[in-house]
Design a binder for this molecule. Structure first.
Ligand code: HEC
Length: 139
């Protein structure tokens, strides 16, 4: 009884505290919604013709056929941190010069590029971020 009274009193006596406590979940929801959208877009890119990731990688919940030239990506965020994921997605040649994985965010040392794509990265900056957001969910 005493505890309940104290809590009630604390709530009335500290409107600021009560207000900030009420606001936190709302703010968190906003970020989660934005993050959720990024992750969904990333999932779509990974499965798309533009991403082509599923030509070489198995990913969870993809309905189509998947290749196995690269490692399955289930649990990849558990094995690699964000920085390591960024490095691999942007330019895996920096880790393995003989890799077959395309450098998704680099324009360096690319041969036989169609002039209309010259100087462009395979993924644009926001697509790159969306794929990273998705990869981070693969715990
Ligand atoms: C042509 C085949 C190919 C494509 C397409 C490809 N990858 Fe890869 N990927 C590989 C190979 C092979 C490796 C293994 C490391 C190496 O040889 O460089 C790899 C490694 C990785 C790794 C590190 C995995 C680990 O467990 O260490 C990640 C993450 C990754 N790829 C993500 C992607 C994403 C996301 C896409 C699409 C945007 C993609 N890959 C497209 C072939 C590919």
């Amino acid at each position: 009884m005493k505890v309940i009274f104290f809590l009630l009193l604390a709530n009335f006596a500290c409107p600021l505290w009560a207000q900030s406590a009420a606001n936190v979940p709302k703010a968190a929801q906003k970020t989660n919604a934005a993050e959720g959208l990024m992750q969904i877009k990333g999932f779509q890119i990974v499965q798309s013709r533009e991403g082509q990731c599923t030509l070489c990688h198995q990913i969870p919940n993809h309905k189509g056929v998947m290749g196995n030239l690269g490692p399955a990506l289930d649990g990849v965020a558990h094995r690699l941190n964000e920085e390591q994921l960024r490095l691999r997605l942007s330019d895996s040649r920096k880790i393995n010069p003989l890799t077959i994985m395309p450098p998704y965010f680099s324009t360096e040392k690319l041969d036989h590029v169609d002039p209309k794509f010259a100087g462009k990265t395979l993924l644009n900056a926001s697509e790159f971020e969306e794929v990273i957001a998705y990869l981070k969910t693969l715990q």
